[in-house]
Ligand binder design. Structure first.
Ligand SMILES: NC(=O)c1ccc[n+]([C@@H]2O[C@H](COP(=O)([O-])OP(=O)(O)OC[C@H]3O[C@@H](n4cnc5c(N)ncnc54)[C@H](OP(=O)(O)O)[C@@H]3O)[C@@H](O)[C@H]2O)c1
Length: 163
């Protein structure tokens, strides 16, 4: 207990007479490449929700250029009608990926189930979201619901559809 107190760590646990502190460390995985630089183990397209948005664009480019992903499924409510889609597809195609863009409200469970089944999705990055920041006093149940819908409901839908 004394060792934990003088350790200077903001968080510690005493287990079996030893002091343990939380640390993040890189895990080495051998075998099929999972955890390595590439995502060769992914079968089927990587679904990027909000893939036509700012964060989605960055993630999509990272997956193709840094992680060797060759098949992408970019999804948002506007889908192909979203601003800048042509340029985005051209950029990712040039980098070596086959890119599909589809309109889908990921907060809609049936639509997500259909999307995942039709495309045989191999992995998901959920970056769709709606921003409605405000101070706590200005938040209403409606504003919270509007933000949580594409985040939490959609994350659950994606979980269910990819089980
Ligand atoms: N950019 C950052 O630095 C940053 C940092 C931390 C957190 N975030 C969070 O990450 C999320 C994305 O940020 P961003 O900057 O990329 O925003 P953004 O450019 O507005 O992109 C959001 C994307 O999500 C899509 N989307 C929203 N609701 C959807 C739904 N129900 N179903 C399918 N697609 C939906 C939007 O397209 P449609 O409108 O066509 O559906 C858009 O493509 C936000 O929640 C944001 O709060 C962003």
């Amino acid at each position: 207990m004394v060792a934990a107190l003088v350790s200077g760590e903001p968080e510690a646990v005493v287990v079996g007479g030893g002091v343990r502190v939380p640390r993040l460390a890189r895990v080495v995985v051998d075998g099929d490449g999972a955890g390595g630089a590439g995502l060769e183990w992914v079968r089927g397209p990587v679904l990027v929700t909000g893939g036509t948005g700012g964060l989605g664009h960055v993630v999509a480019r990272h997956l193709v250029v840094e992680r060797g992903v060759r098949e992408l499924l970019l999804v948002s409510r506007r889908g192909p009608a979203a601003e800048g889609v042509e340029g985005l597809v051209a950029e990712l195609s040039e980098a070596g990926a086959r890119v599909s863009v589809e309109a889908c409200d990921v907060a809609d469970a049936a639509a997500v189930a259909d999307l995942v089944a039709r495309h045989g999705v191999g992995a998901v990055v959920h970056s769709a979201g709606v921003l409605d920041d405000g101070t706590v006093e200005s938040l209403t149940p409606e504003r919270l619901a509007g933000v949580l819908r594409p985040k939490v409901d959609a994350a659950w839908n994606l979980h269910e559809a990819t089980k």
